[in-house]
Design a protein around this ligand. Structure first.
Ligand SMILES: Cc1cc2nc3c(=O)[nH]c(=O)nc-3n(C[C@H](O)[C@H](O)[C@H](O)COP(=O)(O)OP(=O)(O)OC[C@H]3O[C@@H](n4cnc5c(N)ncnc54)[C@H](O)[C@@H]3O)c2cc1C
Length: 429
């Protein structure tokens, strides 16, 4: 046994780092093990030739729960909101003005008159609709029942994809999706200067300042238990960390593999259907055109955004463009080719300016679609694993609050509070 800690956290993404920081601040001895050579997980940023490339397009939801946790932990970051002006919609091969207000709705060629009238009403009413009754309704049924014209359905469907990254309309909860669309429309998003590595660095610094020991290149292989309670984390290199509690801040499959005897974890892993995206990210020495800075696919699940339009991510004159095809396993076709065509359409000649190009065909954006069948976010697992005392979970598939990084960070805070409120641990402290 190398050492014994009050808590061992497995996973050094946003969730693991944040939970470790809260626990360290509360006076617990904490070790965090991360299998990669550096913390960050899916919030990592690749640095190359002075460009900062997030792992696919990342935007922080202003007013979301992540923002609140980052503020509480003193994580500093700067960034700006992307401008809606000059944004385009791609529908059946044609580019149109993307409606973002009354004027652009009147002038866009995206909708015929009947749809414009409906959209005028819809854009106003989306914000006022209560998402709670829609928790167990699939997005596809909501779109069919709540909107009259096919154009309005397609447009709201595109807003859902943009806000949730999920194109699985038959599975996703309309209530969860609508709440996410409302968050995006009411507060907007921030693209972060330097990329999401600034959040990782801030959380790591907060954890280290709170006394957390961070071990990188350290893969947890198994969680050992004695008498129905966790006792240690065994690492792949043979080390063993004694633990009063263990927090798994990794995927449902990783959690189930760490405790093969847990029926609860096996069930979570079995049920979770990941939200995936195919991402083509490019760093360019120059931007062929100032506009469009943003293109949203309406009939196809596509996204393009010039992130350097709002954030500092490139040397002078350079540009970073993120493109994505949502849920590629459902979209069909050749995502790499479709994203290249989208880039060429929006930024003709971009190939001549490429400094860095990265295609990632199937990134896991979120570990689990928030399903209608599960009753929306309330159906996600809680922080405490019921069949093993002292075992806790955090991540974007855990807890009743939000999606994406909002879910990761609030579930991390909830897991830290659940661990701190454990009577056994309190007695030992
Ligand atoms: C393309 C893309 C776009 C996104 N866009 C947005 C966005 O716009 N807004 C937003 O809010 N969120 C977005 N996200 C989601 C956001 O990145 C994640 O929600 C967040 O980073 C997840 O953090 P996490 O700590 O929960 O999980 P992860 O980042 O997955 O961290 C888990 C960590 O656990 C480690 N690990 C796993 N198993 C073990 C083991 N056995 N031992 C040790 N370590 C282990 C992994 O290496 C990893 O570092 C996006 C994600 C992607 C991929």
């Amino acid at each position: 046994m190398r050492t014994t800690k009050d808590v061992v956290v497995i996973g050094g993404g946003l969730a693991g780092l944040a939970a470790a920081a809260y626990l360290g601040r509360a006076g617990r001895s904490v070790a965090l093990v991360e299998k990669a050579h550096a913390p960050g997980g899916r919030a990592s940023t690749q640095e190359s030739h002075g460009f900062s490339l997030n792992l696919g397009a990342h935007a922080l939801y202003r007013g979301g729960a992540a923002h609140e946790v980052l503020r509480e932990l003193g994580v500093r970051f700067t960034g700006a909101a992307p401008s809606p002006s000059g944004a385009l919609a791609l529908d059946r091969g044609a580019l149109h003005t993307l409606p973002s207000g009354a004027l652009s709705l009147l002038t866009t060629g995206l909708f015929p008159l009947a749809a414009k009238i409906e959209m005028g009403r819809v854009l106003g009413s989306l914000a006022a609709t209560n998402p709670a009754p829609l928790a167990a309704v699939p997005v596809s049924a909501w779109l069919r029942d709540a909107f009259r014209t096919p154009e309005a359905r397609r447009f709201v469907g595109a807003l859902v994809r943009l806000s949730t990254y999920c194109a699985d309309d038959d599975r996703q909860s309309a209530g969860a999706a609508l709440a996410q669309v409302q968050l995006a429309l009411s507060h907007g998003v921030l693209y972060l200067d330097g990329g999401w590595k600034t959040l990782v660095a801030g959380l790591r610094d907060a954890a280290v300042a709170a006394g957390v020991e961070i071990l990188t290149g350290a893969r947890a292989a198994q969680i050992a238990a004695e008498g129905g309670a966790v006792s240690a984390v065994e690492l792949a290199n043979g080390d063993r960390l004694g633990a009063g509690a263990v927090l798994v801040a990794a995927s449902p499959r990783a959690a189930a593999a760490l405790v093969p005897a847990s029926a609860a974890l096996a069930a979570h892993a079995e049920r979770a259907v990941p939200v995936r995206a195919a991402c083509l990210d490019v760093a360019l020495s120059r931007l062929p055109r100032q506009r469009p800075g943003f293109v949203l696919g309406i009939d196809r699940p596509l996204y393009l955004s010039v992130h350097t339009g709002a954030a500092r991510l490139a040397p002078a004159g350079g540009a970073v463009i993120h493109t994505a095809q949502y849920s590629p396993e459902l979209a069909g076709g050749d995502p790499e080719r479709e994203l290249e065509d989208l880039l060429e359409r929006a930024q003709p000649g971009y190939r001549g300016a490429i400094v860095e190009r990265r295609f990632l065909p199937s990134l896991i954006v979120s570990n689990a679609v928030v399903t209608a069948e599960g009753g929306g976010p309330a159906g996600r697992p809680g922080a405490r694993v019921p069949d093993l005392d002292g075992l806790f979970l955090a991540g974007d598939w855990v807890g009743p609050t939000g999606m994406l990084a909002d879910a990761s960070l609030t579930s991390a805070r909830d897991a830290a509070s659940a661990i701190l409120s454990r009577r056994a641990l309190d007695r030992a402290a």
